[in-house]
Design a protein around this ligand. Structure first.
Ligand SMILES: Cc1cc2nc3c(=O)[nH]c(=O)nc-3n(C[C@H](O)[C@H](O)[C@H](O)COP(=O)(O)OP(=O)(O)OC[C@H]3O[C@@H](n4cnc5c(N)ncnc54)[C@H](O)[C@@H]3O)c2cc1C
Ligand SMILES: NC(=O)c1ccc[n+]([C@@H]2O[C@H](COP(=O)([O-])OP(=O)(O)OC[C@H]3O[C@@H](n4cnc5c(N)ncnc54)[C@H](OP(=O)(O)O)[C@@H]3O)[C@@H](O)[C@H]2O)c1
Length: 272
């Protein structure tokens, strides 16, 4: 008799069931510190372009290891896109950077955040100020029809240390006019202002300096910040956010929130 008794039969190892699992559909690496990826969208997830959710992987201790991530795709997209740092010894991103198409990650379907149109009063022109991965919420808002319905001009500034760190944003902006859904709305409304601080590029310097010395207004041929016409959304390090907030307040713009819309809003791109 060659039948195995139930005791001898090999036990199939069950794959751990991931809570709120979504499947990776695309991964793109830009530098040794930056990558983007797309995942399936939870059916129950409704969000406003610019919001963030908690995403992650199962930790070695069997508990979900989650971090806040801005959704980089717009609210109408069938999938979710994220733009991520790779922190070499980061608890999440040291592992997340190795994901491949077909892998599963956790996406908690509870979006929140202040970088949303509802938190800004109407105006003529909206400024999106980003450093590093702080570009992520604007990757969503730049593909959101409401951005173009609400504003005549959309200015996106992105400051990074090196040229390669601008690549994700540059490609996205390059493709806006060809986008079948929003291309017509975009027209010539978007002004892109990329700057680097540690590698030579056509525009060098921190955006804060370029605002303070008036260079950005000269380069873009627009008037200085004015609370009547200008609105702003800010996403970078804590220091960056503080510095831009001070510039906005000096120009007479007030910080808003979901419950009290005003002239500018802020979100941290990371903690620490
Ligand atoms: C509201 C919010 C939205 C966020 N959205 C994004 C996003 O869209 N993309 C993204 O990559 N990260 C985002 N983050 C940061 C993210 O939550 C994690 O911190 C990051 O994924 C690293 O996780 P970790 O566990 O590997 O390391 P952590 O222990 O979380 O971080 C270790 C250290 O790495 C540095 N660091 C962390 N994140 C970044 C970053 N994004 N850029 C530069 N340095 C960083 C900080 O110095 C931090 O102290 C967001 C954070 C907040 C608060
Ligand atoms: N980017 C890298 O190549 C690199 C490599 C290894 C480790 N890290 C670490 O990763 C962390 C995050 O680095 P990051 O480059 O993603 O983010 P970051 O340090 O916040 O810098 C991103 C960009 O924002 C600018 N910036 C920073 N603070 C500003 C402020 N207050 N006002 C105006 N502009 C400001 C920086 O200019 P400045 O260059 O003038 O600061 C840089 O161009 C840091 O702890 C860093 O030590 C980064």
């Amino acid at each position: 008799m060659n039948e195995q008794s139930p005791v001898d039969a090999p036990v199939a190892k069950a794959k751990p069931v991931l809570p709120n699992a979504q499947t990776v559909t695309k991964v793109t690496h830009y530098t040794d510190r930056l990558f983007s990826f797309r995942v399936t969208r939870p059916q129950s997830l409704r969000f406003r372009s610019g919001e963030f959710v908690m995403i992650g992987l199962m930790g070695d201790n069997g508990k979900p290891l989650l971090r806040a991530y801005s959704i980089a795709s717009p609210s109408w997209d069938d999938e979710l896109e994220f733009y991520s740092i790779k922190v070499p010894d980061g608890p999440l991103t040291s592992k997340l950077q190795n994901i491949k198409v077909g892998d599963e990650i956790i996406v908690r379907p509870k979006p929140v955040g202040t970088l949303v149109h509802d938190a800004l009063l109407p105006g003529k022109r909206v400024w999106f100020f980003a450093t590093g991965t702080g570009f992520a919420p604007f990757a969503s808002l730049l593909r959101e029809p409401e951005t173009y319905e609400k504003f005549e001009e959309v200015i996106i500034t992105h400051t990074c240390r090196d040229v390669a760190e601008l690549e994700y944003g540059r490609k996205l902006i390059e493709g806006l006019k060809q986008d079948p859904l929003i291309g017509e709305l975009v027209e010539d409304k978007v002004k892109y202002y990329p700057t680097t601080t540690r590698e030579e590029s056509p525009k060098m310097g921190r955006i804060t300096t370029l605002i303070e010395n008036g260079q950005v207004f000269k380069d873009l041929d627009i008037a200085p910040l004015n609370p009547e016409t200008d609105r702003g959304m800010v996403c970078g390090s804590l220091e960056f956010n503080k510095d831009i907030a001070a510039i906005m307040e000096n120009a007479g713009l007030k910080e808003g929130s979901n419950s009290m819309p005003a002239e500018f809003v802020i979100e941290k791109a990371f903690v620490g």
